[in-house]
Design a protein around this ligand. Structure first.
Ligand code: ATP
Length: 371
């Protein structure tokens, strides 16, 4: 079942793709290239258009505008059953009256594949999803996770070039969902087929995908590997949607190669950021700063190169593995979040409500964004 990974040859090329329902643009001028053998995630909040985009790849919806090419072929108007893709649905509907093996074999039988081959390929697919000995069982004798694997085997048995997965883990409980993330990644690696998964769960996308397209209001805001999205978000939406972030509004005072200076009302001295893509001087810029990159101390930092601001601890959230301190740095400014990993066993609090503190961070760890 293994297809050669050729990461440089795209398997899916989407150009100018839109889907409108009356006045609503569910998908709005999307351009996207998905590489061969990639585990790709479409991530975004409810209503952002990710399911509509996936359904257009499957052929279950036709585009209003634009083209979809799969493995070099324009499939924009090709019906679902003639596309080299297969889809696993959120509800992983398996036929309850058939055995596991019959469920997996069904699609091949309908296609008229010879009986012996149907059996061999179905058994192989069950082995692949670790259900080798379960062929004779009925779906109601399986756990939720096992039923989901039957649905996966049923999709993989047809050897699609691309497997489309619509929130495949959302019906499972939290522990099982986490375990299935590993299984899906291992499965994808062993079959080498391109997986395109839709999810609204950022942890799911970050932990499984090679690359993620973050969508909002029908548009793709940024496409990048997980760590790049987290460390170098390109919009305030992406910065805020992936993980937790402090957004500090300011004005760009200087913009030199590799360095941006921002003045913010909440911070008395100019903020220095080491960043290549500068913004025009005089424009509004948002400093996106991750809470774990901010240091909190009773004294100002000794290192003059660190950006610093004084404030008062207003709220504390204890999360077990970490504590979040919410610090007031200005009367009308949102609280700045600072996360401290609880590396040692926590017996007391390093800071408490009302403490005067100094927050600081290095010029390398924030990003200035135009929007
Ligand atoms: P969710 O995570 O809630 O499923 P989503 O990101 O997958 O959301 P879509 O289901 O793609 O979003 O929907 C995008 C937009 O298009 C929404 O505003 C939705 O109401 C609208 N929409 C989707 N399908 C239709 C339809 N058949 N008719 C009219 N509007 C639709």
């Amino acid at each position: 079942m293994t297809e050669n990974r050729e990461p440089d040859r795209p398997i899916i090329e989407i150009a100018g793709l839109s889907k409108r329902y009356g006045p609503i643009a569910a998908v709005d001028s999307v351009d996207l290239t998905i590489r061969r053998g990639e585990f790709f995630a479409l991530l975004g909040p409810s209503g952002c258009g990710k399911t509509t985009l996936l359904r257009m790849l499957a052929g279950l919806e036709l585009p209003t505008e634009g083209t979809i090419r799969i493995d070099g072929q324009d499939v924009s108007m090709v019906p679902a059953n003639r596309r080299p893709v297969n889809m696993v649905f959120q509800s992983y509907a398996v036929f309850p009256h058939m055995t596991v093996l019959e469920n997996v074999a069904y699609g091949l039988k309908v296609d008229g594949v010879p009986k012996a081959e149907v059996r061999q390929r179905s058994e192989e697919a069950l082995e692949l999803v670790k259900l080798g000995g379960y062929g004779a069982r009925r779906p109601d004798q399986l756990s939720g996770g096992q039923r989901q694997r039957v649905a996966l085997a049923r999709a993989l048995v047809k050897r699609p070039k691309v497997l489309l997965l619509d929130e495949p883990l959302s019906a499972l409980d939290a522990k099982l969902r986490e375990q299935m993330r590993f299984e899906l990644v291992n499965l994808q690696e062993s079959v080498g087929i391109t997986f395109v998964i839709v999810t609204h769960d950022q942890d799911e996308a970050l932990s499984m995908a090679d690359r993620i397209a973050v969508m909002n209001a029908g548009r793709v805001q940024q496409t990048a590997p997980p760590a790049e999205l987290y460390e170098f978000p390109r919009t305030t939406f992406v910065a805020d949607f992936i993980g937790s972030v402090n957004l500090i509004e300011g004005r760009v005072e200087a913009s030199d190669p590799g360095r941006v200076t921002l003045s913010a009302r909440a911070v008395p001295v100019p903020i220095e950021i080491e960043q290549d893509a500068g913004l025009p001087v005089g424009t509004t810029g948002w400093l996106a700063l991750r809470p774990e990159k901010v240091d909190i101390a009773k004294q100002p930092p000794a290192d003059a190169a660190r950006n610093t601001v004084a404030g008062t601890v207003e709220e504390i959230t204890y999360l077990g593995d970490a504590s979040v301190f919410h610090v007031r740095v200005g009367a009308d400014h949102p609280l700045v979040k600072v996360t401290i990993a609880n590396v040692d066993r926590v017996t007391g609090r390093p800071f408490t409500w009302g403490d005067q503190v100094h927050l600081s961070w290095t010029p390398t760890c924030g990003t200035v964004l135009a929007q």
